[in-house]
Design a binder for this molecule. Structure first.
Ligand code: HEC
Ligand code: HEC
Length: 379
């Protein structure tokens, strides 16, 4: 008996609970029997071949005829998005103002990754399970049910275990390789970028003003995530019905139409662009940032013109060459592990030398949920 116990302890020391949990998460991620009707898995909308994003403007749901209204983002680096918090800044009158940073979903409605992964299962436009019992029944019938550990008698506990497993999976080193050419460049290999890309990086960090939101220095992580985890309204061309964005979550008028500043890592693989997939190519994204305010007829209306950012974009005065260089730079943000995927590979390979989740656990501490009710909501 004692010997068995010793093996159990030794086993968990060697293997760690996290990798086992992540292995379960991977099975859950790929399982198309978890939707109602069956046929849709997480991977149906987050395709590993395109950096776990959806190339369709919006994704069809499990139920025929239903569609979502936002473009499914990449899951690369999503495990590093900081839980939501409130940052204090000063408004133009010198009054303290609290703004939201971090959180998951394009409108920041999930406090952290665990809260996020629960939702697609029950979303009517996505996997469409009616309730916890329906989902738990599917886990009980799954061939990997034996991999669930701990107390899983209650439906809610069983489901929660699956959600934790998905979180562990999304935090695997595979999702955060930091092995794009820009990383080689920042590590000192100046030849990793060609001339056009180097000029593009210069524009990105100076006249383009891009790096004031898509940070090139590390802030929330050890390496740059190319996002400041803030929210803004770039004035994306309207598609379909109004999308309230962050303002719908916080109840603040000034935040209507604001969306999360996405990481630009692997952006060359994840067209179309912006929360509503309204722009098809990176060239057009750059032209939009450069001349949005000079060519209103080209881009049409936007959902919330009153909150659009005019200070930092819309009339940048960049030359055609500078626009071309910015487009070129985006290729330098693509991870090699994704580029090296071959026909038949299910997932990108994990690059060597990426620290394990255990080693970086300190960065994943879940913080307490911020109180969104005060002192905000002035309206
Ligand atoms: C029907 C398509 C669809 C399915 C199925 C789906 N997603 Fe998504 N996912 C989306 C869309 C669209 C968004 C953006 C929605 C929004 O922000 O409102 C999203 C957002 C996310 C995000 C947030 C990323 C970020 O940057 O904030 C994560 C993480 C995620 N999905 C994981 C999953 C997991 C795990 C599953 C399976 C349980 C899943 N998704 C199933 C379409 C889908
Ligand atoms: C004030 C902050 C801010 C600045 C400055 C900024 N961006 Fe963005 N960027 C955003 C936000 C917010 C979004 C998401 C908008 C949406 O979904 O509607 C975005 C989206 C993008 C996207 C599309 C990503 C995707 O996955 O859909 C690209 C590409 C991009 N930005 C590149 C740039 C470049 C290049 C510059 C400089 C010319 C720049 N950005 C300047 C905030 C900013």
């Amino acid at each position: 008996m004692k010997v068995v116990l010793w093996f159990v302890i030794l086993g968990s020391l060697v293997q760690g609970g996290e990798p086992r949990l992540a292995a379960l998460g991977k099975k859950v991620f790929l399982d198309p029997s978890l939707s109602t009707p069956p046929g849709q898995s997480c991977a149906s909308c987050h395709d590993p071949k395109t950096a776990f994003a959806d190339l369709r403007r919006v994704s069809p749901g499990a139920v025929k005829g239903r569609v979502g209204h936002r473009n499914a983002p990449s899951l690369m680096y999503a495990g590093l998005i900081a839980p939501q918090r409130l940052e204090d800044t000063y408004d133009e009158n010198g009054e303290v103002e609290y703004i939201v940073e971090g959180g998951l979903f394009l409108d920041g409605r999930a406090h952290d990754l665990l809260e996020q992964v629960r939702q697609p299962f029950f979303e009517a436009n996505e996997m469409n399970n009616a309730d916890a019992g329906e989902l738990a029944g599917k886990f009980r019938r799954a061939p990997y049910f034996k991999d669930f550990e701990g107390e899983v008698k209650r439906d809610e506990d069983l489901n929660e275990r699956a959600f934790e497993a998905l979180v562990a999976f999304l935090r695997e080193p595979m999702f955060r390789p930091f092995n794009a050419r820009i990383d080689d460049y920042w590590a000192g290999d100046k030849a990793a970028l060609n001339l056009s890309e180097r000029r593009g990086l210069d524009v990105f960090e100076t006249t383009g003003g891009c790096s004031s939101c898509h940070l090139t220095g590390s802030s929330t992580w050890l390496e740059p995530l190319l996002s400041d985890s803030g929210f803004d309204n770039v004035g994306a061309p309207a598609v379909g019905k109004l999308d309230v964005g962050l303002g719908g979550v916080t109840g603040k008028k000034g935040e209507l139409g604001q969306f999360k500043v996405p990481t630009l890592r692997n952006v060359a693989l994840t067209a179309p662009y912006f929360h509503n997939g309204s722009i098809d190519t990176l060239r057009e994204v750059m032209e939009f940032y450069n001349k949005r305010d000079l060519e209103p007829e080209r881009w049409g209306v936007t959902d919330y013109p009153e909150t659009v950012n005019h200070e930092e974009m819309g009339d940048l005065g960049l030359s055609e060459q500078e626009v071309t260089d910015l487009v070129a730079l985006m290729d330098a943000f693509t991870d090699k592990s994704l580029l090296e995927m071959k026909e038949g590979d299910l997932f990108p390979k994990t690059a060597a030398g990426i620290p394990s989740t255990e080693e970086r656990k300190a960065f994943f501490k879940e913080k307490a949920r911020p109180d969104l009710s005060s002192p905000r909501r002035p309206r």
